[in-house]
Design a protein around this ligand. Sequence first.
Ligand code: PAF
Length: 279
Amino acid sequence: MNVFTTSAEVHAWSIAQKRAGRTVALVPTMGYLHEGHLSLIREARKHCDCVIVSIFVNPTQFAPNEDYDAYPHKEDDDIALCEAEGAAAVFLPNADEMYPRDASTWVEETVLAKGYCGAQRPIHFRGVCTVVAKLFNIAAPDVAVFGQKDFQQVAVIRRMVRDLNFPIEIIRAPIIRDEDGLAKSSRNTYLTADMRKRALSLSRALFAAKAAVDAGERNAAAIEATIRETVTAEGWIPDYVNVIDTETLTPLQEVLPGTSAILLACRCEGIRLIDNILL
Ligand code: PAF
């Protein structure tokens, strides 16, 4: 497996793959890889001949009060995991490689990025779009795979790809959960044992909501209220709970099975978790 640290090496490698008739998939990550990321690599391998995983904790998507400095790292383990999953290459740039000191250009999606996590984290999706657009230009993939866990992120990136004519297919891979239901996240490492136990209320509330919809419930306000009650009883404060249209992210009053999802973000003692479920 190749480990690259410069954009030039990655670009040359990707172009060489394509000239040799091979398709390339990109899996963008911020490292500290867990089973969720590995499932993205597996999904990517189903679609393309070679997979490149980028590992870069992107400073521009963190606000000054967020956890950029504390974000967990384990690059050596991450490289070994990528190799074990059959990735062909890892791109591990540093911040100077990704951002010239006087960089002054942003990529910003201005509609889907506004609500939900975007309302709580106003510069977040501008940072995500900018770095993902750069990674697309650097790695020139045919396909890129993102996790459903960050539902809004995938919608924003799909819109950016459509609006800016990136010739890249975006795959949304399903959420991977611990056996007890907690959605895998690098940030779960911040949870104490007690918080983790109480955090199970998020997935429990979403599973119950899905069961209610399967049994015929369509009233979004009633579904949202029950979810709020369930997580609040366990000490999690909802930032938002919304039944939404999966494409436009518009809040819905009535569930439309097949094109609806529930997005959820909660806080507890300075830690913020997100989760979602397709209906
Ligand atoms: O989902 C993530 O880990 C990040 O937002 C991404 C897509 C790698 C961009 O930094």
